[in-house]
Design a protein around this ligand. Structure first.
Ligand code: AQP
Length: 332
């Protein structure tokens, strides 16, 4: 079975619809056909300031949401990044292989540091794509299921893996991005020119899966569309409507063409009302399942410990080989 690896930050509390459709949904599907490793990336979360209590709670909350979304610890390896120290260790090695200019070209860093103010951005934020490289290479992943915003980091991973292999001999599998066209980028409901993100300029554009379903329905109904009236997919001319159609299509398994036909001659109000209903039907059981996992933190922690143990056996082997290839003296 080919191997997949991916991660999600625990920072915002609730996952948003972009995280789910862009990534987590694919993770659930891939656990059936792939040897799958999924993690809550708490070391990435601390690249920006975190309240310790909240970070701990949000890490459990992220794991609970992954299980609620359908990850099955019998079918995949689910763990917390900091439970596997090899991530930080290989991260350092990869830092020593990355050019300063190369890291400076990462657009996610540019965006995130611009939002924070360049003076406040940490060195950790600057090198977080390099830690991501280590995350992927440790598991010799063949594919990395992510949203479009992560494509550049997968490119960096490929470059560094090739560089290492070229310099020290075949060590790392060269991974490929696994990005589904339809859900590669979910857009902000109030500003369909930008991706849906936890750092949205207004909360009205962001669908948090754990929001009160009534709030979710309201956000869908007040989504920005356009002054035209036709319900048609055209990402360039009609980004708002196209975003809604894409979300609707993925959540229901109906093709966009069928939706266009269904809403022919109908107004945007009808589309939004129906999509709000679809969304509420999706988030309501998701919320209660998440709560069930949170109500039993001991079981959750035990499950994560088991996942970390499985992950470590793979990670430790890759790290040992890497150290050896580079000429680091083994401890006797
Ligand atoms: N809008 C999106 N459309 C499709 N995929 C998306 N992802 C994120 N936003 C979208 C994908 O979700 C996975 C987890 O990403 P993350 O850990 O970076 O989660 P986040 O920090 O909550 O993502 P944000 O909201 O995008 O954060 P900021 O504002 O910090 O940039 C990834 O696979 C990502 O591609």
């Amino acid at each position: 079975r080919p191997r997949v690896l991916s991660g999600i930050q625990p920072t915002a509390g609730s996952f948003h619809l972009g995280n789910y459709l862009g990534a987590v949904r694919q993770w659930v599907a891939l656990q059936e056909s792939h040897d799958a490793f999924y993690m809550v990336v708490d070391l990435h979360a601390i690249t920006v300031p975190q309240d310790p209590k909240e970070l701990r709670a949000n890490t459990r909350l992220a794991a609970a949401q992954l299980l609620a979304a359908g990850l099955d610890p019998e079918r995949c390896t689910l763990f917390v990044q900091s439970h596997v120290p090899e991530h930080a260790q290989l991260g350092w090695i990869m830092n020593c292989l990355t050019g300063f200019g190369e890291a400076s070209r990462m657009t996610q860093f540019k965006d995130k540091s611009a939002k924070q103010g360049a003076d406040r951005a940490t060195v950790g934020l600057f090198t977080y794509p390099v830690l991501q490289v280590a995350d992927i290479l440790l598991y010799q992943a063949d594919q990395v299921p992510v949203g479009e915003d992560q494509r550049q980091h997968i490119e960096l991973t490929r470059d560094l893996a090739e560089r290492f292999n070229g310099r020290f001999g075949e060590t790392f599998t060269i991974p490929a991005p696994y990005i589904l066209k339809e859900t590669a980028k979910i857009y902000d409901l109030q500003d369909p020119a930008v991706k849906m993100s936890k750092s949205a300029s207004t909360p009205k554009g962001l669908i948090n899966l754990l929001d009160d379903p009534k709030v979710t329905a309201k956000k869908v109904k007040s989504a920005v569309t356009d002054t035209d009236t036709v319900i048609r997919f055209d990402a360039e001319k009609k980004p708002g409507v196209s975003n809604l159609l894409g979300i609707y299509s993925t959540l229901t398994g109906t093709t966009v063409a069928d939706l266009e036909q269904k809403y022919e001659g109908k107004g945007y109000g009808a589309l939004k009302t129906d999509l709000a209903e679809v969304m509420v039907e999706f988030v309501t059981p998701f919320r209660s399942r998440t709560q069930e996992y949170l109500d039993d933190p001991e079981t959750l922690d035990a499950l994560l410990a088991k996942g970390a143990e499985k992950a470590r056996t793979v990670a430790a082997e890759t790290l040992a080989r890497t150290y050896d290839r580079m000429g680091l003296l083994p401890a006797k």
